[in-house]
Write a protein that binds this ligand. Structure first.
Ligand SMILES: N[C@@H](CCC(=O)N[C@@H](CS)C(=O)NCC(=O)O)C(=O)O
Length: 376
C-alpha cells in the first residue's frame, strides 16, 4: 500500500513539474481537462522486496541502443601509447581502450563487440553529447564544468594523474621558474591549457603558449624545438616521450601542476548506463582486491564460498540483473579483459615502454585510492 502511494505521488509530482515547465495545462488545454498530461515515466520493479523506482525518460535507452546495434561505440585516443593508440594495422590498444573492452564484455560477454572511434580533445565532448559515441574513455579529466554544463557525467576515476612539464635534458631547465620568457607547447581543448595559465600566473612567470590541435602536432613542434617545453598530464608525457626520436634526451620535471583524475564519462540522462559504466570500473578494482584474475576466475568461481565473491561472479544475488545485464557481467569482464592490475600491467606495467609506477593508482589496501564499494 505504501509502495502504491509512493508511485502515485511521484507520478503526480512529475505531472505537476511538467505542467509548470510548459507541458500541457489541463485548465487551458484545447483537448479538454479530462486528458491527463503526457508523462513519459517508466516504472521499474527492482526486486520484489525493494520499493518501486520511478525512472526518468532516458533510463535504459543507451543499453537498448547498444544491444540493438550489436556493439559499443567507444570514443578513444589514438595518439597516446599505453592509453589509447592505433597501430599501423588499425589495432587499438591501451589502458583506456581496455576499459571499452571491459564494458563490451559486461554487456555482450564478448570484449570484441566494440568499435573504437578516435576523437581529439576538442571533439570529444560533442561526440558524446550528439550520441556519436556511447561512452568516452580517453584520458579525460573530471571537472565541475564538464560534469554539469557539458551534459556529461564522469563515472569513477580510473587513473589519478597530475599535469607535468617535459624539457630537453640538455636545456638544464629544472623548474617552472627556469621557463620564464620561454615558449610552451600545449594542446587546445584541454585542462592542460587552462592549468598552465593558472599556475604560471600564480607564480608570476611570463611565457608564450604555442597551441596545437592534437598530440602529434603538439609533440612534433616540441621535437622541432619550436618550444622550450611541452606540458600535459604526466601520463601523456611518459607516453609521448616513448615515441620521440631519443626518449632519454627528455626529462619530466619534478613538479605537479594540478590534479587530473582521469576516467570514462557518459551522457546525462540515462542512469542505468551510468551505473553500468561505473560498475565496470568497480568490477576491475574488485577483481584485483579479491585476487581474481583472467587466469583463475573459473577455478575461483567453481570453489567460491565468500558471499561477496559469489555475488560478484554471478553465483548468487542477481547483481547483473540489477544493472540490466547478465549475472555473468563481472565474470566476463575479468575472464575476457582481466582485473585492474592485469589491465594496468598490460599497458603501463614495468614490462611496457610506457611504465608508470602505480602510486595513487594502487588499491586502498596498498596505500592508493582505488576502492570499490561493496557488491551487495
Ligand atoms: N586530461 C586532460 C588532457 C587530455 C588530452 O587530450 N591530452 C592530450 C595530450 S597527451 C591528448 O591526449 N592528445 C591526443 C589527441 O588529441 O589525439 C583533459 O582532459 O583535458
Amino acid at each position: 500500500m505504501q509502495k502504491t502511494l509512493r508511485i502515485v505521488s511521484l507520478l503526480l509530482l512529475t505531472s505537476l513539474v511538467l505542467a509548470a515547465c510548459g507541458g500541457s495545462d489541463p485548465t487551458t488545454s484545447t483537448t479538454g481537462g479530462d486528458s491527463p498530461p503526457a508523462v513519459e515515466t517508466v516504472i521499474v520493479e527492482v526486486t520484489s522486496s525493494a520499493p518501486a523506482v520511478v525512472a526518468p525518460a532516458g533510463y535504459g535507452v543507451t543499453l537498448e541502443t547498444v544491444k540493438a546495434r550489436g556493439n559499443l561505440i567507444c570514443g578513444v585516443n589514438s595518439q597516446v601509447p599505453g592509453f589509447g593508440y592505433v597501430d599501423a594495422d588499425g589495432k587499438f590498444s591501451g589502458f583506456d581502450v581496455d576499459y571499452c573492452r571491459a564494458l563490451a564484455a559486461a554487456i555482450f560477454g564478448d570484449e570484441t563487440k566494440v568499435e573504437f572511434r578516435p576523437v581529439t580533445a576538442a571533439e570529444r565532448f560533442t561526440a558524446l553529447q550528439s550520441g556519436e559515441i556511447d561512452v568516452l574513455s580517453r584520458n579525460t579529466t573530471w571537472s565541475l564544468v564538464r560534469d554539469t554544463e557539458l551534459g556529461t557525467n564522469f563515472v569513477h576515476t580510473t587513473f589519478y594523474d597530475g599535469q607535468g612539464m617535459m624539457v630537453p635534458t640538455e636545456s638544464g631547465i629544472t623548474s617552472l621558474q627556469d621557463l620564464a620568457g620561454g615558449t610552451i607547447c600545449v594542446q587546445t581543448g584541454t585542462t592542460t591549457e587552462l592549468n598552465l595559465a593558472d599556475v604560471m600566473a600564480s607564480l608570476g612567470i611570463s611565457y608564450t603558449p604555442a597551441v596545437f590541435e592534437d598530440a602529434d602536432s603538439t609533440f612534433a613542434a616540441y621535437a622541432e624545438e619550436r618550444c622550450d617545453a611541452v606540458t600535459t598530464d604526466k601520463s601523456g608525457l611518459v607516453s609521448r616521450r616513448t615515441v620521440l626520436a631519443d626518449p632519454a634526451a627528455h626529462v619530466i620535471l619534478d613538479v605537479t601542476m594540478s590534479k587530473e583524475p582521469l576516467g570514462p564519462l557518459v551522457r546525462h540522462g540515462d542512469d542505468q548506463w551510468f551505473d553500468i559504466a561505473q560498475w565496470t570500473v568497480f568490477a576491475l578494482f574488485a577483481g584485483e582486491e579479491f585476487d581474481i584474475t583472467s587466469a583463475n576466475v573459473d577455478s575461483v568461481k567453481a570453489s567460491a564460498t565468500a558471499p561477496e565473491i559469489m555475488r560478484l561472479l554471478g553465483i548468487e544475488g542477481d547483481m547483473g540483473l540489477k544493472l540490466g545485464l547478465d549475472n555473468n557481467w563481472a565474470y566476463n569482464i575479468i575472464k575476457l579483459v582481466g582485473n585492474y592490475e592485469e589491465v594496468y600491467n598490460r599497458n603501463l606495467g614495468p614490462d611496457t615502454p610506457t611504465y608508470i609506477p602505480r602510486g595513487l593508482n594502487s588499491l586502498y589496501t596498498d596505500g592508493g585510492l582505488l576502492y570499490a564499494p561493496p557488491v551487495r
